[in-house]
Design a protein around this ligand. Structure first.
Ligand code: DAH
Length: 331
């Protein structure tokens, strides 16, 4: 009996076996009732009596070896199965979600790009010119204090307190017609349920020939209805900003009382941001002829309007910037 050649043949067959079924067939071929080993055992009768004990030993040896080899393959096979069998049920991995601010930014970008505004992301750290001087705010003008600005290096740099600096960057670098949407981080030294020292704003700027307040109002309406729902109305109220003339504050109807007046709003209206027709001095500062071109601009927060959506309950703006996942994963 050639123990070696039987084992060699077995190993050969096992190498070619690629699935549990084939392994089972091999096992039956060797260890089954009419398998190779039992066949060999039958032959004992043909062996001379004095050689039978040696034959028996050899047979046992083969049986043990074959069983051992098949067992070891069984283990390997089940390991493989674990690696590749993706039908085994498991817990769903958690996929995470967008941060609410990102969510809001994507919506704003989506709506305004439908009417041609091109997304930009201008500076968060700026010089004095772009967020102040070029926007018609002279050195000593009290309007500079309004934003409680963070100044760096003795006023050489500022953390931009509003996205209106993007108007200047855009107009310095591009000739009209201009339709820009600047969304970025802004900074003010204020902290309360309504104020976070870092927050986001978005700024729309349209400069072309013959731009009117009606274009501004139409754009604001389009945005408000897209963002808050078609039932929300917009109004513009006279106000004062240095870089627009005339200037307005923009209000939307309150969702709580549906415009009737309640504790949350002012007589049915909620203030959402500022807007106006670009001041001729601002156009002059960036080298655009205000006799040929004019335009409108508007600047709103990102987080605050998101908090004003009817279906969202974020009572404190600072909740956006906690690391509490139980809060953030609700959006
Ligand atoms: N930058 C102003 C602020 O942060 C908002 C603003 C008002 C932006 C009027 C404008 C505008 O573009 O025309 O309060």
């Amino acid at each position: 009996m050639e123990v070696e050649s039987i084992l060699q043949k077995l190993n050969q067959e096992l190498l070619q076996a690629s699935n549990p079924k084939q392994l089972e067939v091999i096992k039956l071929n060797y260890l089954g009732r009419s398998g190779i080993i039992n066949d060999l055992a039958q032959k004992i009768k043909e062996i001379k009596p004095e050689q039978r004990s040696e034959f028996g030993k050899q047979l046992n040896l083969i049986k043990q070896e074959v069983t051992k080899i098949l067992e070891s393959h069984k283990i390997k096979d089940s390991e493989n199965k674990l690696e590749i069998d993706n039908s085994i049920p498991d817990k769903m991995p958690s996929t995470g979600s967008l941060h609410p601010t990102t969510h809001a930014i994507f919506q704003i970008q989506d709506i305004l790009s439908q009417i041609g505004f091109v997304r930009k992301r201008y500076r968060e750290i700026d010089d004095d010119w772009h967020p102040f001087k070029a926007l018609n705010m002279p050195d000593n003008h009290p309007a500079r204090d309004e934003w409680e600005t963070f100044f760096c290096e003795n006023g050489k740099w500022v953390l931009t307190p509003h996205t209106s600096n993007g108007q200047i960057w855009e107009m310095e670098n591009k000739k009209p017609p201009i339709k820009m949407l600047n969304i970025t981080k802004t900074y003010r030294r204020q902290i309360s349920p309504k104020h976070s020292p870092m927050f986001h704003q978005f700024e729309g700027l349209y400069v072309d020939k013959n731009v009117s307040i009606a274009h501004l109002k139409g754009t604001l309406d389009y945005f408000i209805k897209g963002f808050f729902g078609s039932n929300r109305e917009t109004r513009i109220r006279p106000y004062h900003f240095k870089f627009t003339e005339p200037s307005f504050e923009v209000d939307i109807t309150c969702d709580v009382c549906k415009g009737k007046g309640c504790k949350v709003c002012k007589a049915g209206w909620l203030e959402i941001g500022g807007a106006g027709m670009v001041h001729p001095n601002v156009l002059k500062n960036v080298g655009i002829n205000s006799k040929v071109y004019n335009g409108f601009a508007f600047g709103f927060g990102v987080e605050r309007p998101y908090m004003m959506k009817g279906d969202i309950n974020i009572p404190d703006i600072r909740m956006f910037y906690t690391t509490k996942l139980d809060v953030l994963k609700n959006f």
